[in-house]
Design a protein around this ligand. Sequence first.
Ligand SMILES: Nc1ncnc2c1ncn2[C@@H]1O[C@H](COP(=O)(O)OP(=O)(O)O)[C@@H](O)[C@H]1O
Ligand SMILES: [Mg+2]
Length: 599
Amino acid sequence: MTPTGGARPLDLGAGWPRHASGPVTAMSDLVVPAAEAQDREPDETGKQTTRALRRARRQQAQQDAAERRYLRRLAKANADDSVPHRGSYVLGGGRVAPLDPPTMWRATTVQACGLWPFASGSGAPMTGVPLGQHLHTGATVCGDPLNWFTRARYISNPSLFMLGMPGLGKSTLINRMLIGLSAQGVVPLVLGDLKPDYADTVRALGGQVISIARGVGGLNILDPGAMGMAAARIGGQAGQALAAETHGRVLNMVAALLTIVRGAPISDHEQSVLSACLRHLRERTAVGQTFRLPDLLNVLEEGPPRVRQVTLDRGQEARYRDAVDPLHRSLLGILDGPLGDTFAAETSTRIDPDATAVCVDISRIGEADGQLTAAAMLAAWSDGLGTVAASHALADAGLAPRRWFFTVLDELWRPLRAASGIVDRIDALTRLNRSLGLADAKITHTLKDAEALGNEADKAKARGFVERAGMVACAGLPRAEMEDLGRVVGLSRREIELVSSWSSPPGWAQDGGNEEPPGRGRFLIKVGGRPGIPIRVAITGAERHLHDTNTRWIANGEAERLLAERAAVVRAVTGGDLSGTAGPTGHRDGREQQGAGHR
Ligand SMILES: Nc1ncnc2c1ncn2[C@@H]1O[C@H](COP(=O)(O)OP(=O)(O)O)[C@@H](O)[C@H]1O
Ligand SMILES: [Mg+2]
């Protein structure tokens, strides 16, 4: 249909005959209300005078401006960076008076991926033994020097240095690492437990606890131990190399003992004499048999040609005696002097090379018995590290599976002060631990322990322990101490404040109801220049029983009850009977540890 002519272009109906669209159109039923009832703009109602229209336009402009202002304010209030955390102050801004903390759950990325965007990574390390919860985010924090070195590769050498005031839970945390690492097949070695802090844990792990003290148990320092056995088993050139190394280890050990008894190092020619005597004895002793210090004295006394040769005696008895008498006297000093016969008798219990854990308990040596403590510690070290070397040699020869070790040096200040030679031993260990397949944890109270050492060289070496440690953990420490530590490991002001706040009580409660010392179980873990990770360690019932160093502070009957409970836990864990004990146990499979981390 086309319009039939039409003059006015805007008159759309023009030219069409009436009813051209049919009898009924969409508009046919339209009821148009009366003009007064219609919703009109102001300028359409009332008088349509020029003045009225102007006023109406002005009013309209004001309303529009107000609306624009409102929208602008709304947009600004709802911009991403200006919404206050309780919602913006505008209408529809979501403002609430109190704010409920959001509920947090922990889940794997497989489970939580559907919750996007509400899931967030914890930012806490998850490799290693579950240690505790992040103090601020509550995320589980895992870590230990061995896993951080081998798997996570956060640190360049597998060692941990821990500092903190006494009684804040340092040994407890290391006990947890021992349990967790043991579940991974790592062998914990506590070579010289001074308190004992670890004997119960090692027993519960099914490991070996060896006591050394006067009249309790001894160690034959001339026994080649696991290394000697491994050398015989490996045979060939590799076996000979290991045997030579064993000889060196025994020689060093005798030299170290002589140094302790004498208070001064032994001379080079005395070392040669000792070496010649040891070789002579080894050749005269059947394979698998051991010899003891009295046998060594007999050789000196007798003076076989090979020993005489190194003394340059030129066939004169007097010259020989002059050369060996000082050594002879010092060896007699080991046998009958301050060390008793602890190192001269046969080894009472040898370190089992296949043990799941080993603890050499020297806690029964008196506190004041500095020389014996130092000697026992060195002997335990020599024997323990020999076992490590033997295990690796056997693994290299394909005769045994490869095993990794974790050694603990608790209360480091005591061995450091006990004898000068120990600083060197520990120093060597911190440099060699990577090649020995041995991770270590050193624990002491403050950096000042290094300053208290006798000579400058020892001080410098002891300071180096912290500098070289891959991982540093601090429990509560006074501020001045933290400032010093900050110069070594780089601590921020907030970190210093946090850790120093752990060493002072929150208030003076009168009723004694708050039995926890401040900062117990709180640690700051530092790795290099990274910000520290503050954690809170919650211990389980079993851990509390396995390691409670405060039993002597409890009234008599109570202490006995606690000791009985502790013994029951140890029995239950060792016997595999886990029901009916006070605390949740079962750490052999690591489940216990997981639980501890989530608490
Ligand atoms: N996280 C913790 N929660 C509660 N008690 C703890 C915690 N850590 C340690 N303890 C308790 O504190 C006492 C001292 O712990 P210990 O590890 O011997 O301290 P340190 O080695 O720092 O001197 C022990 O009786 C232990 O059971
Ligand atoms: Mg301790």
